[in-house]
Design a protein around this ligand. Sequence first.
Ligand SMILES: [Zn+2]
Length: 426
Amino acid sequence: MQCDLIIKGKYILPMDDKLTVIKNGFVAVLENKIVGLGAGDEIKNYQAKETIDVGNSIVMPGLVNTHTHAAMAYFRGLADDLPLDIWLNQHIWPAEAKYVNAEFVKQAGELACLEMIKAGVTTYNDMYFFGKSMAEPAIRAGLRALIGITILDFKNPTEGIGEAVSLAKQYKNNEFVKIILAPHAIYTCSKENLLKIKAVADAENMRLHIHVSETKKEVDDCLSAHGKTPVEYLDELEMLSDRLMAAHSVWLNDNDLEIYKNRGVKVAHCPISNMKLASGAAPLKRMLEMGITVGLGTDGAASNNTLDLFSDMRACALMHKVNNFDPTAISAKEVVKMATIGGAKVLGMDKEIGSLQAGKKADIITINLNKPHLAPVYNPYSHLVYCVSHDDVENVIVNGKVIMKNREVKTLDEEKILKRTSGFTV
Ligand SMILES: [Zn+2]
């Protein structure tokens, strides 16, 4: 059959249920979709307009970053080595009040998109302010994004909800962005506001993105105020469903885990952010054993301090091994699943993205293995978690379009963005 593009490489990782590795294989793309993949002579069944032979490389689905605040890229390194409440109250929120406006979100968002493309992320789940300014960089960059309008009691919540509903209509048919509701947390949104958000989410069939049980303090405060854990409190408000994406979810007890499982709640696990803010280690092993859907997130660049999901993959594996005193607690394969198809499931997009499969959208990255730190190769999954770094990503394809070729980003002006960023100071 005729197709537009063929990507040939030494290790094709489709991220299917069997976690197959196709050696010396190819992926065929027609328009914005994958039409076939295979090995050897099967390639003769496809006549492509363009063939990219990436040789000694891994070809895999684009990574899915399930929790970020893209525009916080401009606050990278602004305040480190602090507990979450002091970091937020004394540093981040004052800086946001002073500097964040529509233009800031657009410019910092472009920096974040540039960084994510160069690190192999093709879809991200964002939570911030000025929805239109959040959406524009993703569309320009050619990345997929869930744009979560953050709602906080102290930031005119009614306006935030209205903005989300009106933008959702505006971007309804957009290929790249989808607008969702993002109540910040139970400690920044009142019961009344949470209930309003839930009613709108139900009526408009919108996803919800919220920080849940990130720190012990959040859980202790909730127990004192409501006699319930944050998960029990959200469940009482009937907020929990398979449309809710719970970032962090570090401090969960057995009952909380059962509630997550029963309601189909999706988890965005952010190991580096949780370690940096010393929030704790989420019960990942239990969640995976129980069949709870978990993806990986970087969180914002102010609490990581990069948007490099490869770092979080490695941190995730190491964190849960040491936390369980068990090197078998989580395998490299499980971590790569979380960063791809797992993330797609968290975002409710697994029918479209997250694996290389005929009929799915062509969101594909290639990783160049011709590097000293990547030789030799016995197991590509092991390399992805324990050896590969963001700048080993060589090509990025989203929706069938090559947006980075040989590390040159085609959709954004890297030089201009870096020059503009170096001119921004707080
Ligand atoms: Zn966050």
